[in-house]
Design a protein around this ligand. Structure first.
Ligand SMILES: Cc1cc2nc3c(=O)[nH]c(=O)nc-3n(C[C@H](O)[C@H](O)[C@H](O)COP(=O)(O)OP(=O)(O)OC[C@H]3O[C@@H](n4cnc5c(N)ncnc54)[C@H](O)[C@@H]3O)c2cc1C
Length: 432
């Protein structure tokens, strides 16, 4: 299917004349990728948008991110210009055996622009975040750092910052991330994210170190997302910034690690050396061993959390909604968390084009109705991949390897089945 890309991003108030909706005063909590995207989308239609971010600095962690076509097409339309950002176009996914490096399957993307209506990019998170931030500033979104929201008055609606300052609006969009404090207030009961039992190490290797080794060189020069699958772990690698950096994520079940554990509520650690990784992957094929030995110092180790489904995306007041990881935390194995936040933003933008202060509750319910089923499928699919990627050798692994090359719904890898690829990447969140 050929899809036409059209941009309407060059102006604010694009819907002024036609839109029967009110211009709303929107408070957004969190300046992550989700918060920035919804702010940009709403500002494009002339709403007044204020983002409150707790951190004293703006930015993202040092790691890679995949921008799939379902997200790219929204960015393009909204005039979020990635032209001058260093990036890499993905060939597709390939899966290798952990010990021999034998190829289990190649799943090329083909021409994503043609099939799905947008590019498939591999980027540095900080670069992407910086582009979003700039676009938000250019459009006139007001963004305040060091502004932690400590309390919500959803009926007003209003928030109170850690300074005691009260800020009022017409509607609150809460994009406060996987450990969202607000999620509980929406459900009426505690709903912490579930510890999936997996941890991930996020590593950036200078491209020149990868190029210097003849055995690793192809990993950089051929821009595939390579996944080595083995017992209780998988290692993903892909080039970003046009090959300046090789981005690596090692995902392991915590039970398979012998190193120091997270203490209490700790979710992230900076690891000062690569000893525990070298030990963990000692039995893997030479390229994996080389990659972890190149990991160097000071990289991130994260606990991974998710949920299957969050019941209430909209606060009972009808004046606030959750967005992004706050409402659909997921394992990163579908590489889709930020893309789902982008789709949330796209749906909200469209719904707000006809929303008035009076019909806001119904408008927000419509947002949940459209977004919740699709996000939940992706959340659950991440869990299925956790099983499929981490099999020990045996009957289940042999079945996986037999199905992995087939364009069939029994293919355990989500993208191995064309209909699922089309469902995920071909989706146009603004088309409803
Ligand atoms: C290893 C890994 C790899 C991934 N790879 C991909 C990928 O390739 N593609 C993809 O699409 N997704 C990927 N994801 C998922 C993606 O990173 C997330 O889905 C996305 O970043 C979530 O954005 P967010 O804005 O919802 O939340 P966050 O990025 O967590 O932003 C939340 C923001 O809210 C702020 N905040 C929190 N509480 C408050 C408060 N009380 N007051 C004010 N501010 C507050 C925080 O400081 C933060 O800035 C990956 C995730 C992981 C862990």
């Amino acid at each position: 299917m050929v899809q036409k890309l059209e941009t309407n991003g060059d102006y604010v108030n694009g819907h002024d004349e036609k839109s029967p909706g009110d211009k709303l005063n929107v408070l957004v909590v969190g300046a992550g990728i989700g918060g920035l995207l919804v702010a940009i989308g709403l500002r494009l239609d002339g709403h007044k948008v204020l983002i409150l971010e707790q951190s004293p600095t703006f930015g993202e962690v040092g790691a890679g991110l995949r921008i799939p076509p379902n997200s790219f097409k929204i960015l393009y339309r909204w005039g979020i210009d990635l032209t001058y950002m260093k990036k890499t176009y993905s060939n597709g996914n390939r899966f290798l055996r952990f010990d021999s490096g034998e190829t289990l399957a190649n799943m090329p993307h083909g021409i994503p622009e043609w099939d799905f209506g947008g590019c498939y990019l591999m980027v540095h998170r900080a670069d992407y975040h910086a582009v979003l931030l700039q676009r938000a500033f250019d459009l006139g979104v007001e963004i305040r750092k060091s502004s932690r929201v400590d309390e919500y008055d959803f009926d007003a609606p209003a928030v109170t910052l850690q300074t005691g300052e009260r800020v009022e609006g017409d509607v609150i969009i809460v994009a406060d991330g996987v450990q969202s404090k607000a999620r509980t207030l929406f459900q009426g009961h505690e709903l912490p994210p579930i510890d999936t039992g997996d941890i991930s190490y996020r590593i950036l290797i200078p491209g020149q170190d990868v190029l210097a080794d003849p055995e690793l060189r192809d990993l950089l020069s051929q821009p595939w997302v390579t996944s080595w699958c083995g017992p209780d772990a998988h290692v993903i690698g892909y080039p970003i910034r046009g090959g300046e950096i090789y981005n690596v994520i090692c995902c392991c079940s915590a039970r398979s690690m012998r190193d120091q554990k997270f203490v209490g509520d700790e979710t992230k650690l900076v690891i000062s050396d690569n000893e525990e990784l070298v030990r963990r992957f000692a039995g893997w094929e030479p390229r994996v061993r080389k990659i972890v030995s190149l990991a160097g110092k000071d990289f991130l180790k994260w606990r991974l959390f998710d949920l299957d489904l969050v019941d209430h995306w909209v606060h009972p007041s009808g004046k606030a909604a959750l967005l992004g990881d706050a409402v659909h935390p997921m394992l990163p194995y579908m590489a889709s968390g930020a893309a789902m936040a982008c789709e949330d933003a796209a749906v909200l933008r469209k719904i707000f084009q006809t929303a008035t202060k009076q019909n806001l509750p119904a408008a927000l319910q419509r947002y949940q109705k459209i977004r919740q089923p699709r996000a939940s499928v992706v959340q659950k699919a991440g869990r299925k991949l956790q099983d499929a990627y981490h099999l020990s050798d045996g009957k289940e692994q042999q079945d996986r390897d037999a199905w992995i090359t087939k364009d069939d719904e029994k293919n355990p890898i989500f993208w191995g089945y064309k209909a699922r690829r089309e469902w995920l990447f071909g989706h146009d969140a603004e088309n409803f």
